[in-house]
Write a protein that binds this ligand. Structure first.
Ligand SMILES: NC(=O)c1ccc[n+]([C@@H]2O[C@H](COP(=O)([O-])OP(=O)(O)OC[C@H]3O[C@@H](n4cnc5c(N)ncnc54)[C@H](O)[C@@H]3O)[C@@H](O)[C@H]2O)c1
Length: 247
């Protein structure tokens, strides 16, 4: 803390330009955090609601590009000087008939969804360890890490890989950095309309909203509330993975 100035905590969110990542970014900005976002969607970043607030650092880049990720953290450090939390969220869906899936498409899903998470941790953790010396990482996986539909191979494999990466990092980085994962089920996008039947199939009677994920992220990066939790994954899916379906 410099004299007369309270240093705000800093969180980084990959894929923070849209939907879940955007909702998480806005929650933390509204709670007084400084937020760094890396996302390749320039148009969405140009329209980001709190772009001019001074507490948001918006960087256009691809998380699978190690040079972009390294540059993002160099600029983040110049701007905010510290890093308290990383939310790995940027991902692409990859649903395609297995026998039509090209090697290039497979590799792209793994590059973005898994290598991207590795890169965000690899280049971000040194700053976290430097200032404030400890922190937390939350990796957004999916219930598709645990169960599948046909044509899910690349996405499911990448999301299951994230769970392995999570417990490996928890071992490598503890006790300074806690690392956990969230497996969301169906989380509604901005303005997404679904049927009553879509809602009612969930044991909770409704599909998920961004707040369901943002609230858990807030808990998992708060040392006072979750300081004894690391290496774990948490399923947030309205009970769908506990519902037996044979049709
Ligand atoms: N919405 C759901 O129902 C749901 C369910 C399970 C898991 N998830 C997971 O939650 C996370 C967010 O999902 P969402 O629904 O908000 O997705 P989304 O597609 O709306 O948002 C993903 C964001 O990541 C960015 N992105 C994609 N590839 C990138 C790259 N190579 N470099 C930088 N940015 C990139 C996109 O531009 C976008 O802003 C993802 O990891 C997704 O797999 C979502």
């Amino acid at each position: 803390m410099t004299e007369g100035k309270v240093e705000r905590k800093v969180i980084v969110i990959s894929g923070g330009a849209n939907n879940i990542g955007k909702g998480v970014a806005l929650k933390f900005l509204n709670n007084g955090w400084q937020v760094g976002i890396i996302d390749h969607d320039k148009r969405a970043l140009d329209n980001f609601p709190q772009k001019e607030s001074g507490n948001a650092f918006l960087y256009v880049g691809d998380v699978s590009d190690e040079y972009a990720v390294a540059e993002f953290y160099i600029e983040l450090k110049e701007r905010f000087g510290r890093l308290d939390a990383i939310v790995n969220n940027a991902a692409i869906g990859q649903f395609k008939n297995f026998l039509d899936l090209s090697v290039g498409e497979w590799k792209r899903a793994i590059d973005v969804n898994l290598t991207g998470y590795f890169l965000m941790a690899r280049f971000g953790v040194p700053l976290m360890l430097e200032n404030p010396g400890r922190g937390a990482i939350v990796n957004i996986s999916s219930t598709r890490a645990l169960m599948s539909e046909p044509g899910n191979e690349a996405y499911s494999a990448s999301k299951a890989g994230i769970l392995g990466l999570t417990h490996a990092l928890a071992n490598s980085l503890g006790p300074s950095v806690r690392v956990n994962a969230i497996c969301p089920g169906w989380i509604l996008h901005e303005n997404e309309q679904v049927t009553e039947q879509d809602h009612k199939q969930h044991l909770t009677g409704r599909a998920g909203v961004v707040e369901d994920i943002a609230n858990l992220i807030e808990f998992l990066i708060d040392d006072e509330k979750s300081g004894f939790i690391t290496g774990q994954y948490f399923v947030v899916d309205g009970g769908m993975t506990k519902k037996m379906i044979y049709i």
